[in-house]
Design a protein around this ligand. Sequence first.
Ligand code: PEP
Ligand code: MN
Length: 293
Amino acid sequence: MIPALPPLRVTRSSHPDYAAPPCTRTVTVAGVAVGDGSPVVIAGPCTVESRAQTLSIARACRAAGARMLRGGAFKPRTSPYSFQGLGKAGLEILVEARAETGLPIVTEVLDPRLVSLVASFADVLQVGSRSMQNFPLLTEVGRAGKPVLLKRGFGATLEEWVYAAEYVALGGCLEIIFCERGIRTFANGAYDRATLDVAAVHALRKLTPFPVIVDPSHAAGHAGLVPDLAAAALSLGVDGLLIEVVEAGADRGRVKCDGEQGIEPDELAAIVARAESEAALRRAPISPAGAAR
Ligand code: PEP
Ligand code: MN
């Protein structure tokens, strides 16, 4: 039994028709439905580094079967001396990639003052883990008229995450996609980067009618772990995955951000295939062994 939260705009208790999982408030982005029972794979580079790199990865993501393109133009970097993203020029490259591939764009907005600029390019506004409790930002993205992908703060409780979504909803947005990306526990970087909180995914799906997706890339921290974490997430019944991709044969050491965790396009295609078979399974649950046919 998951303890109930108060009747907030984003909890099931405020939506009497939506008493239990699965997701009952589908978020549709340029014709792509998140939460309709078929897990959606959203993929792309951690960072828009150049036009050539972004277009190449966008084409590869499209060919692998991803349904949306995710790339950062404004990057939340721990060090102020690290590459901060291309900014507006990066948004323009993403728009070009969308025009060519037809994939809607998900991109992060970091600064409340830049919400309307980013919203004029993006199809979905991402709020990153480090910004989950930037309350003025949450309010602004809620007012922007675009769906919001709300990552969980890596130090945030489930309740804090739900209340963050409530700020977005109070701004006027009821198109919210929750994204679990791993929390800080005892991960030390050798095996993983964060701890994928599968129990929180389960609880959140019970608490909220909105779609819940998982980002295995930032939890894993290295590419080898991503497919298994993606499979674990799919088996939890999630509505989608958010995955970082590098170009085939990329020199990871030269990737400007998160190079170690980006998977190659053929691995992405395998995850998409797995997501599709998971969707088929959900449509036709396996009958118990020996059950009458
Ligand atoms: C990202 O999506 O590239 C990112 C910085 O993720 P997070 O906010 O989850 O750390
Ligand atoms: Mn990243």
